[in-house]
Design a protein around this ligand. Structure first.
Ligand code: SF4
Length: 461
């Protein structure tokens, strides 16, 4: 993913990136700046955003054939449910306001697409259902899970939900469907912040959310709580109180994302929640990682767990996966795939057995090596024999510049035929992943706006 030295026309100057500089000038400035930590943070942030934009340039077409399974045929299946009762201002996922009749048709279309993947010869052993809010129509969701289980032997099932859906009837449906991991979007327990991000009214106070979550701890193998740090005005005291809540609930897993203000969301976010300041991000990240270390083991740069199991970054555990549903992304044999972002078009295509992929990006060999480097180190560890098996003995040459840069900056260490992130490196990876997610968020927003403008449905739904 990261080709820091490969690019031309980048100027590094006074903590800023400007354009119009040659490769050799860039490399000289890079090494001069290597000891300046603040400079490095800014540099990584800006440069990785530029690279992510370049790498995530998709070829669009409504006639892209869906990929066939390879020999190593055991993938993760991601299913996207984009409907939400209310749209949160900071959220850059693909989500739309809940409309029961449209959502009902959407769930039915998902079943058709699941069957199509079965006919293509795919085999899945793990499923992640994300959104949006997958539990928005619990009985329909149960039918989807039943359809998946009728077709494949699923060992791991993870479902996302929100605090309002932690009701006995919904929990029973999820439990009966064999859910192993329930991931609850909380973001914060702080009432002031909940109000500023417009969640207080709909999901209740921190104390009320805590009670709802406490009532489901122990029912599933893993209860994960999704949290966000670096909200405007959030400080160590607020984080400390949130972590007290978490320790009190005794949840199995916490995923603490940085606030991701993609370019398309930044203005709305600033208007509604206040100014976003990345200068606080590093301090708050270090603080929460230290605080959570007492009760949790760090599984990835931002996931803290009491036991091993599926984590939010399913892309770390499963290098290849298929995305089903509108706006879902898949990655198979070095190619990224995006399904159409138009709900109506998706329903029409899935019901007519037409491939729903409308955008692809095929990575070159070097890009694939870098992509794996980035994602594997998200979980803190890159294994050399594994890389050698996937990319051949020369993979280190493809990563030479990244390895040099991150070693010189004290971000990685080499141990037992593998690379590990140092605490400093963990924060660099937070910056890298935040930049990548931000660019993906902008891509989603653009696609959503295009669909709103054209409201195109070339297929009957
Ligand atoms: S944060 Fe969750 S509930 Fe809010 S809009 Fe995004 S997906 Fe929906």
């Amino acid at each position: 993913m990261l080709s820091f030295f490969n690019q031309t026309k980048i100027l590094v100057c006074d903590h800023q990136l400007k354009y119009h500089m040659t490769d050799s000038e860039l490399e000289l400035n890079w090494f001069i700046g290597i000891t300046d930590i603040m400079f490095i943070d800014n540099f990584i942030s800006k440069y990785s955003t530029r690279l992510a934009k370049r790498y995530l340039t998709f070829e669009q077409s409504s006639k892209i054939p869906q990929p066939y399974p390879g020999n190593n045929n055991s993938y993760l299946l991601y299913i996207h449910i984009p409907f939400c009762e209310q749209l949160c201002p900071y959220c850059s996922f693909f989500r739309i306001e809940y409309e029961p009749s449209l959502a009902s048709k959407y769930f039915d279309a998902l079943e058709n697409e699941i069957k199509r993947y079965k006919n293509l010869g795919y085999n899945f052993d793990a499923v992640y259902i994300g959104g949006g809010t997958p539990t928005i129509m619990p009985n329909k969701l149960a039918r989807i899970i039943e359809c998946i289980r009728n077709n494949w032997n699923i060992k791991q099932l993870s479902v996302e939900t929100n605090p309002n859906h932690l009701k006995p009837d919904i929990i029973k449906i999820l439990k009966d469907a064999g859910t192993n991991r329930l991931s609850i979007g909380v973001q914060t327990f702080n009432n002031e912040i909940l109000e500023s991000i417009q969640r207080l009214e709909i999901y209740g106070t921190g104390e009320e959310i805590k009670k709802k979550i406490s009532s489901v701890v122990g029912i599933f193998d893993t209860i994960n709580i999704d949290m966000i740090f670096n909200f405007p005005k959030q400080n160590e005291r607020m984080l400390s109180e949130d972590i007290d809540f978490i320790n009190n609930i005794r949840a199995d897993q916490i995923t603490y994302y940085p606030l991701i203000a993609s370019e398309s969301k930044r203005m709305e976010l600033t208007e509604k929640c206040g100014n976003i300041d990345y200068k606080n991000e590093k301090r708050l990240y270090k603080y929460l990682a230290r605080q959570l270390a007492d009760n949790y083991k760090q599984e990835s740069i931002w996931c803290f767990s009491k036991k091993k199991g599926l984590i939010d970054e399913y892309i770390v555990d499963h290098n290849e996966y298929i995305g089903i549903g509108a706006g879902a992304m898949g990655y198979i044999r070095g190619t990224l795939y995006f399904n159409t972002f138009s709900i109506e078009q998706y329903i029409g295509m899935a019901n007519k057995n037409i491939p729903t992929v409308t955008a692809t990006r095929k990575f070159s060999h070097i890009e694939r090596v870098r992509f794996h480097f980035l994602l594997n180190l998200l979980a803190g560890n890159l294994n050399f024999p594994d890389m050698k098996q996937k990319f051949g003995t020369l993979f280190k040459f493809a990563l030479a510049r990244e390895l040099l840069f991150f070693t010189a900056n004290g971000a990685i260490t080499f141990k037992n035929n593998s690379i590990k992130l140092t605490p400093r490196g963990q924060y660099y990876w937070v910056i890298l992943m935040r930049s990548l997610f931000s660019v993906v968020g902008d891509y989603r927003q653009t696609q959503m706006s295009l669909n709103t403008l054209t409201n195109e449905n070339i297929y009957d739904s």
